[in-house]
Design a protein. Sequence first.
Length: 488
Amino acid sequence: MTLLFGLALFFWPPRTLRSDNFVFYFPNSRHVIPLEVIENTKYLPLLQVLNLVGKLNGLQEKRNTLKVGFGNTQIELRADDPKIRIAKKTTSLSAPIRVSNGKWMVPTDFLTTVLPRLTNQVVEYQVGTNRIFFGDVKPGSFTLRLEQVSNGARLTFQFTDKVTVRTASVNGKWVMFLGDHPIEPLEQSFHFQNPYVTDVHFDDQDGLPKLVITPSAGGLNFYPALAEGGKVLLADVLKPPPPLPQTPPPSEPARTTASAPATPAPSPGVTEEGPATQPGPPLPVVALDAGHGGDDAGGRSREGVTEKDLVAQLVARVRLALLSTGKYRIVLTRKGDVNATFEQRAVAANVGGAAYFLTFHAGDLGGSSPRIAVYTYQPPSPPLPSTGGEARSIFVPWNQVQEAYLDQSRQLAQALEQQFAQIAGVTADTPTAAPVRTLRSANAPAVAIEIGSLTPDNDAGPLTYPEFQLQISAAVAEVLAALQGGGA
């Protein structure tokens, strides 16, 4: 008996090596079924597959054979045989049919060889992957670029369709859930020889498309942001800023207190961001405002590029450039595709204690493009009446707050214009004052930065180039660092 048992183990073929999941994407649903690897071939449970794509109306199983009624079609299979009979016509699969733990298993080429004939539906399956798109499902895809930035690395994901992002941290890795739209990646995994990022892996084994980022070391900070209306995902992996000296903060001039008729609630998209740990004096806050949003698209190019999407992408890059220095916290007055009011934008910046307020726009600046114009606030003439009595020395009306910072705003505008002028191929206009409504209630030095020309008569391509936007972002970071004296 022992000899016979040993011989059986010796000659018995190797069976299941591991288990995994396989995802079926349908136009209105998705389903996950178990996948098995038997003798280095991927197998799926036949009856579960057929139940997903149609209705079984008969089943006859004998010792080594199986007959299945699927609609008006009869399917016949034999264990350990690659041939399968469909309506009395024989088709050969790439590997034999198997029976594993009582389940009839078919190799994955059953999906492309047999399934379209049974269902008369379009089936999209990339050999070697663990997902199939059934019927009228158009999966998206993406490309990935890794760039080195100050104190870290930047990952830029360009998607073919809009995505949403929800992040989580699991076992020292960052996970970014990409919403419900099916995705078929060009590459499943990306590997880098980088001091900040080791791997980026796409995963949808539970039916939820996601990106898993593996940092090269512990203790790094992670800052993701969507741009271009959800088609671009920017993610910075940065070293945490060094601890600041434990010295008393320098005295600052008293800030103006603004009185508003009623304080509006900030937009739901407003966030305040910075390193998780900030020892020492608090970091200065920079408020970044992406103009327009929601049903207010702003300007539009002949290619369909909208102002709201273009400036959202630019703000995302400026945000990452500032965060990468470790010297600022960021307040976004608009996050996502929403149309925040002027008051909501001002409240977000003022309540956040902004040291600087920058609003970004894109419009018609003439035939030369790319072109940059920087504006400061121009009060009305004659000036608006102010409050009287003792309140005059304590409170300033909401609509006159910016007037206390006009000199500092002009200094900021001039410094930005000089830095923008150094960008090759860019025309930078002399800063001017204008009645920019967004600046009126900003309780800090504030400017409006407009890039152009974004019109139906001009090519918006140069304004969307990552190199152009990264140069603007670097210029903004350099100017603010100089105004801050190179430190926090």
